[in-house]
Design a protein around this ligand. Structure first.
Ligand SMILES: NC(=O)c1ccc[n+]([C@@H]2O[C@H](COP(=O)([O-])OP(=O)(O)OC[C@H]3O[C@@H](n4cnc5c(N)ncnc54)[C@H](OP(=O)(O)O)[C@@H]3O)[C@@H](O)[C@H]2O)c1
Length: 314
């Protein structure tokens, strides 16, 4: 996309050029796929990631799709980096706040530093980048901000309380600025996916340093939840393209909705909540958790009796 300067030296968007979209967290998952989808759809795509050593995944995906994007470094927890990127690529027409992290453990076991780290990325990082980009959008009287929140921002998520709380905060932020920025023709959208097969629920699903603390009263529940996640949730998680196709669709929509709930699990859980059936869902989840924790205890017991080093495969 091209910009030009007005007599007062303001940078303005040339409306005949493709819209410029800046996306965070493009090294994998939703970010990578959205970058490819946006580039393929003809947007001027600025795909950012905090670690450029991972850029080859996106480069390869772009090559496969015969699409091009500008790849640059952006760590959303680094204020200097945010300022530099916001200035370098101004004016930005569409901002996709996608970067996010998970640190799993019960709310009693996760450390305070870890809780703050989750908020620094998922909430404060997103807010800081938004505040850096919005002035350009206000000048242009035009813009679209898409915040990738989560189903966990609409309902609770056991053993992920910090993540869930950060996504609740993000949804609150989206709802609030949606109204504040309306007079400037800036649209704000929150996307709330259920479980999808990305690194967020696999390699990037970090465990708290206290996750395996045997002295914790929640020790076997932490492990039980992890086992549930690996055996039941991850295999059933949906195709991330459902989310990223939706994001690209939103980018092309002139009048987007405030919220997009994506995934059968998310639709089911939020409908149950609206119908006042959360208690039933909680009972079901608790039964599954107790079963998983009991199985973990039996495994540990079997391991102790057999004197083996490895857990048996049950
Ligand atoms: N997958 C799901 O089931 C699911 C469901 C609901 C919502 N979400 C949300 O979707 C978003 C994308 O996650 P994903 O599922 O695509 O998982 P992912 O593959 O783990 O992608 C997360 C991305 O965020 C990046 N990131 C982490 N910290 C960052 C920072 N400080 N600055 C810039 N980038 C950073 C990661 O970079 P590195 O490679 O350097 O770590 C990675 O590129 C997240 O906000 C997540 O919470 C995911």
């Amino acid at each position: 996309m091209h910009t030009f300067s007005t007599a007062k030296g303001k940078k303005m968007t040339d409306k005949t050029q493709p819209k410029r979209v800046l996306i965070t967290g493009c090294s994998s998952g939703f970010g990578l796929l959205t970058a490819v989808g946006a580039a393929k759809a003809g947007f001027d795509c600025i795909a950012t990631m905090r670690n450029l050593n991972k850029a080859h995944y996106l480069e390869e995906a772009l090559k496969q799709a015969s699409a091009t994007a500008t790849i640059d470094r952006l760590d959303v927890t680094d204020a200097g980096c945010i300022k530099q990127i916001a200035e370098k690529y101004a004016p930005i027409d569409i901002l996709i706040n996608n970067a996010g992290i998970v640190i799993m453990a019960s709310a009693m076991d996760i450390t305070e530093d870890e809780m703050r780290k989750v908020f620094e990325t998922n909430y404060f990082g997103t807010v800081a980048l938004t505040r850096a980009v919005v002035p350009g959008m206000i000048e242009n009287r035009s813009g679209l901000i898409i915040n990738v929140a989560s189903l966990a921002g609409l309902i609770g998520h056991m053993f992920n309380a910090s993540y869930s709380a950060s996504k609740h905060a993000l949804i609150g932020f989206s709802k609030s600025i949606r109204l504040e920025l309306k007079p400037f023709n800036i649209k704000v959208v929150s996307v709330e996916p259920g479980y999808h097969k990305t690194e967020n629920i696999r390699a990037n699903a970090n465990l708290s340093e206290n996750f395996y603390d045997k002295t914790s009263p929640l020790f076997e529940y932490n492990r039980g939840f992890l086992r549930l996640m690996l055996n039941k949730i991850v295999p059933r998680a949906a195709d991330p393209k459902n989310v990223t196709n939706k994001i690209v669709e939103i980018m092309k929509t002139s009048n987007p909705k405030a919220h997009y709930i994506v995934g059968k699990d998310a639709a089911f859980a939020t409908t149950a909540q609206w119908l006042g059936l959360t208690g039933l869902l909680e009972k079901f989840a608790l039964r599954k958790l107790n079963d998983a924790a009991n199985r973990e205890n039996k495994r540990a017991e079997a391991k102790r009796s057999a004197g083996k080093k490895q857990l048996p495969n049950i």
